[in-house]
Design a protein around this ligand. Structure first.
Ligand SMILES: [Zn+2]
Length: 310
């Protein structure tokens, strides 16, 4: 039953349900940045990755770009506590360190299955199930780890991949377990299969844009009343061409933050073309959103509700 989503799925047309708007209980949820960079290897930042802590335990990973596994180690997390890895898409700067987690989890004494959720396939990209099976399935590049995936082997735990559909452009919400609720919506990242994620726990909600252009205009619905919106500052306002086709400029980020009613905004996926332009970037964002705003660095810990200086 490897591919069965174990949990009931409710598709909510419009936006995240009103029941999700419970107020955020202080001192329970912490967002930690494991990778505040993008694909560059000369910016002293790990590739995109985030860790959600709940009541002192590391529970959810969102993406695992290059270098994030070292920052995961530095975070002090017990990786056996992680319930799920959520992928926004399978570009290298969001996924390259995932195989390292598979073997490390064995050494951490993991004995419960690891849920892995991400986009379905499109013309260019594999589905989440294909991504996992082509890494650690019987024909995978790391097939020496296939016991953690193939159902007919003995292993302390299994990876359970789940594909999230790329249509319709609506918010889908599902409980992961008793503590955590997950929502996602397809987003436009040029030709790449991509989704945005929202994690809710203890009344606190964090929305992760992933990489996206906002051409689908879908993130605003996912991010409704988020306690923290993490948006990717991959391009400056003036960018055009392929880069603009793939990413949101600062004004677009400002519009989403404002229209979603997000309570705090964290800029991440910082790149050489946006670093040291923060004053200019903030100016463009503040044309539309005047709330709390901060820029992410690796290993930043942000307890919710976020206390940034507006
Ligand atoms: Zn990226």
């Amino acid at each position: 039953m490897r591919y069965t989503v174990l949990i009931a799925t409710t598709v909510l047309a419009g936006a995240v349900s009103a029941a999700s708007y419970a107020s955020c209980e202080p001192d329970r949820v912490v967002l930690q940045v494991l990778g505040s960079g993008g694909p560059e290897l000369n910016d002293s930042r790990a590739g995109s990755s985030y860790l959600v802590w709940l009541d002192g335990k590391a529970r959810i990973l969102v993406d695992m770009g290059p270098g994030s596994s070292l920052n995961l180690e530095r975070s002090g997390a017990n990786i056996a506590d992680i319930d799920a890895v959520l992928f926004s898409h399978f570009h290298v700067d969001h996924s390259a360190d995932f195989p390292a987690l598979i073997k490390a989890s064995f050494f951490a004494g993991r004995d419960t299955d690891l849920q892995v959720m991400g986009p379905d396939s499109n013309r260019l990209m594999p589905s989440t199930e294909q991504f996992v099976s082509r890494l650690v399935g019987d024909e995978g590049a790391f097939r020496y780890l296939s016991e953690y995936y193939e159902p007919d082997r003995n292993s302390a735990y299994k990876i359970q991949p789940h594909n999230m559909p790329l249509a319709p452009l609506e918010v889908t919400t599902r409980p992961l377990n008793n503590d955590i609720q997950l929502s996602h919506i397809p987003v436009n990242h040029g030709p790449i299969a991509a989704i945005g994620w929202r994690v809710q726990a203890a009344g606190c909600s964090i929305t992760f844009s992933g990489d996206m252009s906002n051409r689908y205009d879908s993130l605003t619905r996912l991010a409704q009343n988020s306690d923290l919106l993490i948006a990717h500052n991959a391009i400056p306002e003036q960018a055009r061409g392929i880069a603009r086709n793939l990413h949101m400029p600062p004004t677009e980020i400002g519009k989403v933050a404002n229209e979603s009613g997000s309570k705090a905004l964290l800029l991440s996926h910082r790149m050489l073309r946006t670093l040291e332009r923060e004053t200019e970037t903030s100016g463009f964002i503040q044309q539309f959103y005047q709330g709390p705003l901060a820029y992410a660095d690796d290993l930043d810990r942000i307890p919710l509700p976020a206390q940034f200086t507006p």
